[in-house]
Design a protein around this ligand. Sequence first.
Ligand code: DCS
Length: 286
Amino acid sequence: MEQTVFLNGEYIERSDAKVDIEDRGYQFGDGIYEVIRVYEGTVFTMSEHLERLYKSAEKMKLTVPYEMEELTSMVGRLIEVNKVEDGFIYMQVSRGISPRQHHFPGKDVPASVIAYTKEFKRPVKQMSEGVTATLVEDIRWLRCDIKSLNLLGNILAKEEAASKGDFEAIQHRGETVTEGSSSNVFIVKDGTVYTHPVTNLILNGITRRVIKDLADENGVPFVERTFTVEELFEADEIFIASTTSEVMPVIKVDDTVVGQGVPGPVTMALQSWFTDRIKAACKKEV
Ligand code: DCS
């Protein structure tokens, strides 16, 4: 059966959803997006994602033409009609359709909003076995806090990793490790978790926030400070985190084996508390 998608206020079939060639999202990547997880038909951390969407919009002087409640009910409706069990919602807002010119179109041009759902299973095998990563120079712009559609830097990084058979690219600016191409990066040293502080150089990940919360709740020291490439290679454990990867152990970076070469105890504890958090969220909604 065809999937229903949301396109500027209408719920239509996927194959009927057409985007104008002068949409600024298409021509400039002039827009923002969110990926929101669904577990057992329940949306996970939805308000956090929507709040970040509004924040990204504000930072790029874009007006989202819907209120939070409207986006919330739109998400609910898409999940219902598409009968999403385990999957995600992709939502995108661009600066609308207007003849190509770099400066903003007039205020009368409304933003384009699209959303669709996809089935997606939790990556349980990779979560239990761990994945490998490639270290790459972070060549992105200086506003990585905005969840921009402009992902060329991230794409080139991910492609470099993928071409080597690795799951993720861990990026660094000079000596400092920033984040993955589509995830945040954490190291564990002597029982303490370290991750890049929330600045313009990383995306303030929602999964990162849940992990910080879980670490605090369970008495695991969690330190938000930059760490170096050298510290990365000397870490006891490394993991990455995102909406789709959850708490994902990294067991090798380039040719360097991390710790014992298997997912470490702190990573696995966080992963298991994360699963409990998902289960609790699902139960609450029923
Ligand atoms: N950093 C970057 C550059 C990301 O693209 C993402 C998520 C994260 C960190 C982690 O953020 P969340 O925990 O809020 O997901 N990227 C999304 C994406 O593009 N696909 O899946 C998640």
